[in-house]
Design a protein around this ligand. Structure first.
Ligand SMILES: [Zn+2]
Length: 143
């Protein structure tokens, strides 16, 4: 679909030009959230085709996407050792079905808040491009 962030990302993945691509799983693609590394290992998982409503997918695909999501969480857990995970499937702005998989850490002083409510200026731990590349390399080993 035109003007869809994730459809455009899929085109980049297929061309080999995505700098944040992690893996093609059975039912989804996974990327590192380029701007979201204040939560080290924060990834986005999205459907391979433009679908907009999770509840309208065949149950088998819903379950498959959940399995893919748990595969990503296991990889993040091995590499980053977070305290817990936040999973969010919103679709309010970009309708293409996607999940935010955000690891949360013990030293996060805003851990009682959903990730969206933490003011951007106080979000800790932004990563350099080199740190993101290293993180992608490590995560790929487990995906
Ligand atoms: Zn799309």
């Amino acid at each position: 679909m035109k003007n869809c962030f994730y459809c455009n990302t899929i085109k980049e993945i297929k061309k080999g030009t995505s700098k944040v691509f992690l893996a093609e799983l059975k039912h989804s693609y996974v990327i590192l959230h380029a701007g979201g590394q204040y939560f080290k290992g924060y990834c986005i998982l999205f459907t391979k085709n433009h679908k907009e409503h999770t509840h309208k997918l065949p149950l088998k695909l819903q379950i498959g996407l959940y399995k893919d999501m748990m595969q990503v969480a296991a990889a993040i857990n091995k590499v980053c050792k977070p305290d817990r995970f936040n999973y969010e499937n919103l679709g309010n702005i970009c309708h293409h079905i996607h999940w935010h998989i955000a690891p949360r850490y013990k030293n996060d002083k805003y851990k009682q808040l959903p990730i969206w409510q933490i003011p951007e200026k106080v979000r800790p731990g932004k990563r350099t491009e080199k740190e993101k590349e290293e993180l992608i390399k490590k995560l790929k080993r487990y995906l």
